[in-house]
Design a protein around this ligand. Structure first.
Ligand code: HEC
Length: 119
């Protein structure tokens, strides 16, 4: 009788150990590995760098002022990223003419838009 109870106790404690290990394995499987996390962070950093603009040149900065002061007169100031590069190539030259900017100013505005497009 006594030994039977002891065996039962042993069995129960073994079961507990088994459950503990199973739980541990489960959690380990769910946790992303450190290497994977590092890889993920690297990817995010790459995206950040690729979408970050370099500082503007003097021409680009001058173009930004001209753009801000002249391109919002007839319509809202256009958001550069809302138009494709192809669209800008078509639209910008006539808009520069409409704004009555001279050639040097036009070149600066074009440089500014290209810079903002990441070109
Ligand atoms: C004298 C008024 C006038 C000025 C100044 C002007 N625009 Fe416009 N813009 C228009 C008109 C009118 C339209 C819509 C009709 C068209 O496309 O010609 C337009 C349309 C646009 C569009 C939309 C084109 C499309 O269909 O995708 C963009 C982008 C734009 N302008 C950019 C600019 C920029 C950049 C400047 C400054 C260099 C500028 N505009 C200055 C009159 C102006």
């Amino acid at each position: 009788m006594e030994s039977q109870r002891l065996q039962l106790k042993k069995l129960i404690s073994m079961k507990k150990v088994f459950i503990a290990f199973a739980a541990l394995g489960f959690f380990a499987a769910c946790q992303p590995k450190t290497a994977e996390i590092v890889e993920e962070v690297k990817k995010v950093e790459e995206v950040k760098v690729s979408t970050m603009l370099r500082p503007g040149t003097d021409a680009e900065m001058a173009g930004m002022a001209l753009y801000t002061n002249n391109c919002g007169k007839c319509h809202d100031l256009p958001v550069i990223s809302e138009h494709s590069i192809e669209r800008w190539n078509k639209v910008l030259p006539p808009m520069i003419k409409k704004s009555k900017l001279d050639e040097a100013q036009g070149a600066n505005v074009t440089a500014y838009v290209n810079w903002q497009l990441g070109l």
